[in-house]
Design a protein around this ligand. Structure first.
Ligand code: PLP
Length: 393
């Protein structure tokens, strides 16, 4: 086991920022009252929830009253989709894309088996949507369009402003899963006609188990979890105060570090890609290189197995993930890369490196050095070794 760790799997989850952990601490042992209590000991906590709501709203350029705290990105996605459909039961057509995270994909699949007509928009070889296809598929029966802002596997950013405008013109509600986009790129809900938007704490240096759903003022959304009056009746359950405070702090930090994410982190990612493309025998980038998250590199090494790469990377302390199989414990190769038409020989050899502001130049050197060594080693034992690639097969 290596003594060094290089964490390059930030699209899977992130380290809790030290400032976030520190901000949360008092709410476990000192300010632990129930914010709904009549007594001051509990009641005083409410203002910290309000403060966190303001911090989340600031990151999204939304009004604090439009933010609902949830337990995670998956809950936010479910609450948005199910809630908005329950509010307009007469409409039975719903639209999504082929490359959604299971938190949306599986909800649509379930709805498809329960009376809804589901349209899955295709993507091209770069993983991009065709807006004309969206225009064609929308009709008077379309209740909802749910399309992610940025893809977790490739980092591809969809043209959300246009998707939202087109959906609104057609009279459909629009939800976006912004779990990967939030904190990495600018989100301006004042000027983008999005009705509902999901975020998750653990993708932006807050803990796992906290998320938020933005619900635009005036959007009809039937509560998904019913019970007490918390969150103005939009999401029942005693508030998870420490985690809500943590999410607020993480959003505040994300806003402060946005510039760094798009300069320093992007430069690290770009160097990683450039050097691997240059020095590996056969490597290629998956996803639209112009419209991509600054931290994500999805790279295919033709003819070698992503799993083998990951295991060997892990042996030297590098954490990354693979799009070839087992990304989420399933044995299926990535539905995202397949939807993009990436050939099987490349899907199987795909590795995702996702960086954060905690990565350094040294980390990138270490990844490059080890990745090239691993590629070399695996090509030696691959039935399609270096000779075939050199011969152009
Ligand atoms: N949506 C996207 C795009 C994701 O990447 C993830 C997590 O990987 C989720 C939703 C689910 O978020 P959570 O783990 O907070 O439920």
């Amino acid at each position: 086991m290596s003594t060094r760790t290089v964490y390059a799997d930030n699209n899977a989850t992130t380290m809790v920022a030290p400032e976030v952990a520190e901000a949360m601490q008092p709410y476990f042992t000192e300010l632990y009252g129930n914010p709904s209590s009549m007594h001051l000991f509990g009641g005083q906590v409410k203002k910290y929830i309000d403060q966190a709501r303001e911090q989340v709203a600031a990151l999204l350029q939304a009004d604090p009253s439009e933010i609902v705290f949830t337990s995670c990105g998956t809950e936010s996605d479910n609450a948005a989709i199910q809630g908005v459909l329950a509010a307009q039961p007469e409409k039975k057509h719903i639209i999504t894309s082929r490359v959604e995270h299971p938190a949306v994909k599986n909800v649509f699949q379930h709805l498809g088996k329960n009376g809804y007509r589901v349209t899955e928009l295709t993507v091209d070889r770069d993983g991009q949507l065709d807006l004309d296809e969206l225009r064609e598929k929308l009709d008077g029966d379309t209740a909802l369009v749910s399309v992610m802002w940025a893809n977790n596997e490739t980092g591809v950013i969809f043209p959300i402003q246009q998707v939202a405008e087109i959906s609104r013109q057609a009279g459909a509600a629009f939800h976006t899963d912004a779990v990967q986009a939030a904190g990495k790129i600018d989100i301006d809900l004042k000027n983008t006609p999005i009705d509902l938007l999901s975020i998750s704490g653990h993708k932006l240096h807050a803990p796992k188990g906290i998320g938020a759903l933005y619900v635009r003022k005036g959007t009809h959304c039937v509560p998904f979890i019913m019970g007490g009056h918390q969150e103005h009746g939009r999401r029942a359950g005693t508030e998870n105060v420490p985690y809500i405070v943590g999410l607020g702090k993480a959003c505040e930090l994300a806003l402060q570090h946005m510039e760094e994410e798009n300069t320093t982190v992007k430069a690290l990612r770009d160097r990683l890609e450039t050097e691997l493309l240059e020095k590996a025998l056969d490597a290629s980038i998956n996803g639209d290189r112009k419209h991509r998250l600054p931290n994500t590199a999805n790279i295919s090494f033709k003819y070698i197995e992503g799993e083998s790469i990951l295991i060997l990377l892990s042996e030297v302390g590098i954490a990354a993930s693979s799009g070839s199989a087992c990304t989420s414990g399933s044995l299926e190769p990535s539905h995202v890369l397949r939807a993009m038409g990436v050939p099987f020989t490349r899907v199987h050899g795909s590795v995702r490196f996702s960086l954060s502001r905690y990565n350094t130049d040294d980390d990138i050197d270490y990844i490059i050095e080890n990745m090239l060594r691993i590629e070399n080693r695996l090509r030696e034992i691959s039935p399609f070794g270096r000779d075939e690639l050199n011969a152009g097969s």
